[in-house]
Design a protein around this ligand. Structure first.
Ligand code: ZN
Ligand code: ZN
Length: 534
């Protein structure tokens, strides 16, 4: 989100208080540009914009570029647009550095269309310009477009540098495509960039997100130099895959090597404990993190521990921890508690969490579904109806679920009940076949994952065509036997799809890997790597 800009008056006041030396800056261009450079990189980059406006009547391309850099760092959209207009008026549009900065500003403020426009109007494009555009597309969630820009860049005969490769590897991570990821890794090796720490960090992150833990481990052990981000990446990767013991081992090694953990490390280690049911270890770490490692728990650390206790059924302890928090619990904390109440059927606490979510102003539709499920578990049907009514009247926010799958070199995206795929008839008949086989194996659809205002048969149909089931069915018909079926889901996998994936892995003898919002599930021979604990 773009933060609102302070008014110029406020800024001027702030500057005279915080940067008294500004009034003493000699008015010559080189010294002003040097100051602009320092301010643009300072914690308050808007100071550079203020200086630019107050001290310069005829700025050169360098001054404009520095002021734009400040706008990009501050995500100051309006100021940046004004500067763009000024650049046009001053006739600096032929300056390649300035144009690259302008593109970077648009990419960072998530205006990719404008970033592309500047790019295509540039008299000549170099690597730097491509890098800005590639990383901008990755940032904006347009990974496919980022990869096609990379191909265009190669066709234009330009050599990618580390910045390009990091953008490309991050795009592969976003798509969860280990095939493309391995190609990017091969490129890193050929280009001899495998000693570059940031490139290796990106590779590890990519392998973790593509479900290739072993390759992530290999990159980590092959690194000659590691930084804090390298440790954080490998620990988080292991945590997402449920390798809790290895997470703790890595954390110990990190401390032995004298690397000080930061708050990201502690989230990753707590996550690892959480996903592997290492409750005592997680609680001990949380207890000592400030005293022993100097990291004060923030809302994310509290969230991990509330989840840890809640999923273990220690709901009262989880609730007491929330009440004792020195910082204001956010919607995520109350949603975590509500999810735990849903697992353990705790009506009273779920209601309290719901009240808090209402006070915060959160109207996420998933929360209403959880609440109505808790009531349904106790057959409180009148309350189920009431929650449904409230949900309708308050315009609850729905995050649409979708799943990706890569097959035969291309990426396919499905939403629930999707009929947009060219092979949708085959996919639906595969889903029907899956359901028949599941029923023969005694599987009963877990209809509590659908709202309770439709009858049982409709509920089963609604569940039957969840995006991850369509993606798995497509995997069964299009990915050769022996290769795992990789699916990426943007939300948490529902209990029914989880149960179905387990049984499908057994009936069809296929390995299925699902990356959901929270973690990885690897289904082999009827069981999941999460141990049904997620
Ligand atoms: Zn589902
Ligand atoms: Zn699982």
């Amino acid at each position: 989100m773009i933060p609102s800009l302070p008014t110029m008056h406020h800024l001027a006041h702030h500057l005279t208080r915080r940067v008294p030396h500004i009034s003493r800056i000699p008015i010559n261009l080189p010294s002003i540009n040097a100051t602009l450079q320092a301010l643009a990189l300072s914690p308050n980059p808007l100071q550079a914009v203020f200086l630019f406006k107050t001290k310069l009547s005829t700025p050169d391309a360098v001054s404009c570029s520095l002021a734009l850099k400040a706008c990009a760092r501050a995500l100051a959209g309006r100021e940046g647009h004004q500067l763009h207009a000024q650049v046009v008026l001053l006739g600096h549009l032929a300056d390649p550095l300035l144009l690259t900065t302008l593109m970077d500003f648009y990419a960072k403020t998530n205006d990719l269309a404008y970033a592309c426009k500047v790019f295509y109007e540039m008299p000549r494009t170099d690597t730097v310009a491509y890098n800005v555009l590639i990383s901008g597309h990755v940032l904006g969630g347009e990974a496919m477009r980022a990869l096609s820009l990379f191909r265009t860049m190669r066709c234009a005969g330009l050599s990618p540098d580390e910045g390009t490769v990091i953008g490309v590897v991050s795009a592969c991570a976003q798509l969860g495509s280990n095939r493309l990821g391995c190609m990017a890794h091969a490129f890193v090796l050929v280009a001899k960039m495998h000693d570059h720490v940031v490139v290796c960090n990106a590779l590890m992150d990519m392998y973790a997100k593509c479900g290739c833990v072993e390759l992530m481990r290999q990159v980590f052990h092959g690194m000659t130099h590691r930084c804090l981000v390298s440790w954080n990446t490998v620990i988080m990767g292991m945590a997402m895959h449920g390798h809790g013991r290895e997470v703790l081992g890595l954390f110990d090694s990190m401390l032995c090597e004298g690397v000080r953990p930061d708050s990201v490390t502690m989230v990753a280690v707590l996550c690892g404990c959480n996903h592997s049911r290492l409750i005592d270890e997680g609680l001990r770490l949380f207890d000592t993190m400030e005293r022993e490692h100097g990291v004060r728990p923030n809302v994310k650390h509290y969230g991990c521990v509330v989840d840890l206790l809640g999923r273990a059924g220690r709901l009262d302890e989880a609730y007491n921890l929330v009440l004792s928090m020195p910082i204001e619990p956010d919607a995520m904390i109350w949603e975590t508690l509500l999810a735990a109440c849903n697992v353990h059927g705790h009506v009273g606490l779920a209601e309290r969490a719901m009240v808090k979510l209402g006070e915060i102003g959160s109207t996420h539709s998933g929360d209403f579904v959880l609440m109505s499920n808790v009531y349904a578990m106790h057959s409180q049907w009148a309350d189920v109806v009431r929650v449904r009514e409230v949900m309708k009247t308050c315009n609850s926010r729905k995050v649409p679920g979708f799943s990706f799958i890569e097959a035969k070199g291309s990426i396919h995206r499905f939403v629930m009940g999707d009929r947009g795929h060219p092979r949708w008839r085959e996919i639906y008949s595969k889903v029907d076949e899956m359901n028949r086989k599941l029923r023969l194996n005694g599987y009963v659809a877990q209809t509590s994952f659908v709202l309770h205002d439709i009858d049982e048969e409709d509920k089963e149909n609604a569940l039957g065509y969840h995006s991850e089931k369509l993606a798995i069915a497509y995997g069964l018909i299009s990915i050769e036997v022996g290769s795992p079926i990789h699916v990426i889901k943007n939300l948490r996998i529902c209990g029914d799809c989880h149960g179905v994936a387990k049984l499908v892995s057994k009936i069809y003898g296929r390995e299925i890997v699902v990356r959901d919002r929270a973690r990885f599930h690897r289904f082999v021979q009827g069981s999941c790597s999460c141990g049904d604990y997620w």
